[in-house]
Design a protein around this ligand. Structure first.
Ligand SMILES: [Zn+2]
Length: 633
């Protein structure tokens, strides 16, 4: 049996899964299901990337233990894939002990091959953020270099790190790209990589010593392995590389690494170089798809458009969402997710073109053949053209799916549906019934059903539940194999057909718009959900220092202690109500995750809460003693 190994990127758990990560995983699932249908032995891998400083910080921000934080988010990804009926064969986490074992083994191989050396890594360092910045990344305020994130002063540091001799692989990589013109797709993504190779690759630092949340470097445990090196190795650690349970290594090399365009460099240059260094075969293809926007905007938490795909699945069904994504967003290019466009696809392509064809065919089978699949009857009319068209469609579908041109493949299937509708209309079975031409009536209905069978099979990887339903309704109850797709006349006469309800229900676009308007009104009324409220990080803080802001009658500048979140500067309009001396030592309540803003040239990193009526104002405080930084919930 031919094997096929496909991977998604492993998702970074510093944020919850959204429609963007779902898109990549659904596309990989479509390919995996297609290959299984075509008789391949498929291994489909997805998982989560859980090491590194950013994760540590995200956990800290939520006041959670980092391991607990990772468990929680990895769980959310797993749950989403289950809800979306993703058929991954394995889910890898980079915090799995097995993965750690493989990573150490892999890195030792690179060391043994003479590709790792100790060197000096230098850059600007922010102690607060535990992050290095290049010269062009730091900002300057009052002649001081400051951190671009927290605006604290940065210092120049040099750190001893281990480096990977990536430069050594510049030429071998060029050769790889020359000999395998399809190694990176789409082509314009490949050209970006070629440009980098033209400039020449520099060696890269592959360890860190400033934090511990990672896999220790074998032989020098002061260092942890750089998160990207750790993450890329997941593609072989999931197969047991370098371990006792390595029988799944039969799937290596990967046939496709499916990724987003922003991580192409890591997969198309660094990863193959690492594999060459460790002496492993190279993946056959890296496919970088584009970015998804939502209603024309980049997906981001702060824009509030990081939509949960489940919301749409609940409303329209899993298959409809899958169909929409693969059909409307050209696979490989950037695309936009819009509910209105989804509804248009549902109404036109699914309910009208596909659903109606099935419905009216089965209605006639019920009426004239007592719901039993008719015999192939007598050939005539457009029958030959239909058979020719079927063969052409199936062939190009297979070719397109094999070369990952998923959108074009689906377009071919819908062109074919449209042809089936034409065939049905031109052969006019309702007239044949009136004329009592049973031989032709039976042929036209049989042929249409056989055509629908091809559609259901070709759509199987995209809309698995719908396809199963359709096959059952047209009386096809056999195992799914490639043969029924590539040969004509597989439907058995006499099988029981089921008329049933329409396949898809149309949605009233006008009604949909009204619902959206009502939602907007609710937002205007200041109704928020508990999730929205949960976004506000309220903390107890202690006022350490307070002074009036020069040139302002109202403002007081304070230094506050927010416990684990550190010390911060806060500016508040308190001068008419409190003297600075009265404020020092008070425990107050602050919004800790408010975007910093400047007041009289001073950046206020948060907001304090106070009760106000008329011109009377009192600070909110806590009853009794509690540590600064305590969370309010
Ligand atoms: Zn910083």
């Amino acid at each position: 049996m031919k094997k096929f190994y496909i991977t998604t990127p492993i998702y970074y758990v510093n944020a919850e899964p959204h429609i963007g990560s779902a898109y990549t995983t659904i596309m990989a699932d479509i390919v995996a299901r297609y290959k299984r249908m075509m008789g391949y032995d498929v291994f489909f891998l997805t998982g989560t990337d859980e090491h590194g400083l950013k994760i540590l910080q995200s956990a800290k921000k939520k006041g959670k233990d980092v391991r607990e934080f990772c468990d929680e988010l990895a769980g959310k990804f797993k749950e989403l894939w289950k809800d979306l009926k993703i058929t991954n064969d394995y889910f890898i986490r980079t915090t799995d002990p097995d993965h750690e074992e493989t990573v150490k083994f892999f890195v030792r191989k690179m060391v043994e091959n003479g590709d790792v050396y100790k060197g000096k890594y230098s850059g600007w360092y922010c102690v607060h953020c535990e992050t290095y910045y290049d010269e062009d990344e730091v900002e300057e305020i009052d002649g001081k270099k400051v951190c671009p994130v927290c605006k604290r002063e940065v210092k120049w540091v040099e750190e001893e790190n281990y480096f990977f001799k990536l430069s050594k692989y510049n030429e071998p990589l060029k050769k790889l790209f020359e000999e395998n013109p399809d190694f990176v797709e789409p082509e314009f993504r490949k050209n970006e990589m070629l440009k980098i190779l033209e400039k020449g690759l520099k060696d890269i630092s592959i360890t860190r010593t400033t934090f511990k949340w990672g896999i220790p470097f074998p032989g020098d445990e002061k260092h942890v392995i750089y998160v990207w090196v750790d993450a890329l190795i997941n593609y072989v650690s999931a197969l047991g590389y370098g371990r006792k349970d390595s029988e799944k290594m039969k799937y290596w090399p990967a046939d496709v690494h499916l990724i987003g365009k922003e991580i192409n460099r890591f997969h198309s240059l660094i990863w193959p170089a690492m594999l060459m260094s460790a002496g492993l075969d190279l993946p056959r293809k890296v496919f970088a798809h584009g970015w998804l926007t939502v209603n024309g905007q980049k997906i981001s938490k702060s824009l509030g458009n990081a939509v949960d795909p489940r919301e749409f699945v609940k409303k329209y069904g899993n298959d409809v969402v899958r169909y929409y994504l693969v059909r409307d967003i050209v696979f490989g290019k950037d695309g936009d997710f819009s509910e209105e466009k989804l509804v248009n696809r549902l109404n036109a392509d699914l309910a009208n073109d596909y659903g109606n064809l099935l419905h009216r065919t089965l209605a006639m089978v019920k009426k004239y053949f007592n719901s039993s699949v008719p015999s192939p009857g007598k050939s005539g009319g457009m029958d030959d053209e239909l058979k020719k068209r079927t063969e052409e469609t199936v062939n190009s579908y297979i070719e397109l799916m094999d070369s990952l041109r998923l959108t074009e493949a689906v377009e071919k299937v819908w062109e074919y549906i449209s042809f089936l509708n034409t065939y049905f209309d031109r052969e006019r079975p309702w007239i044949l019934a009136k004329e009592k031409n049973e031989e032709r009536l039976s042929a036209v209905l049989y042929n249409t059903l056989e055509g629908i069978l091809k559609v259901a099979m070709m759509a199987m990887p995209i809309m698995p539940d719908t396809s199963e339903k359709v096959l059952r309704r047209i009386g096809f109850n056999e195992e799914i194999k490639p043969e029924p797709l590539t040969s004509w006349g597989v439907l058995k006469s006499g099988s029981r057909a089921i008329h049933g309800k329409p396949l898809f229900e149309k949605i009233d676009v006008k009604k949909l718009k009204k619902v959206a308007e009502v939602k907007k009104l609710e937002e205007k009324d200041n109704i928020i959900t508990i999730d929205e409220f949960g976004k506000v990080d309220l903390r107890v803080a202690k006022i350490l220092k307070a002074e009036r802001v020069e040139g302002s009658e109202k403002l007081i500048k304070m230094e506050i202690d927010v416990g684990e979140l550190g010390k911060r500067t806060l500016v508040g309009g308190l001068a008419k109500h409190y003297t600075p001396e009265e404020l020092v030592g008070k425990l107050i309540i602050v919004v800790a995750n408010l975007k910093p803003r400047k007041l009289f040239g001073i950046e206020s990193q948060g907001m304090l809460l106070a009760a106000k009526i008329g011109d009377k104002m009192k600070l909110l405080t806590v009853e009794g003693e509690i540590e600064p930084g305590a969370k309010i919930s």
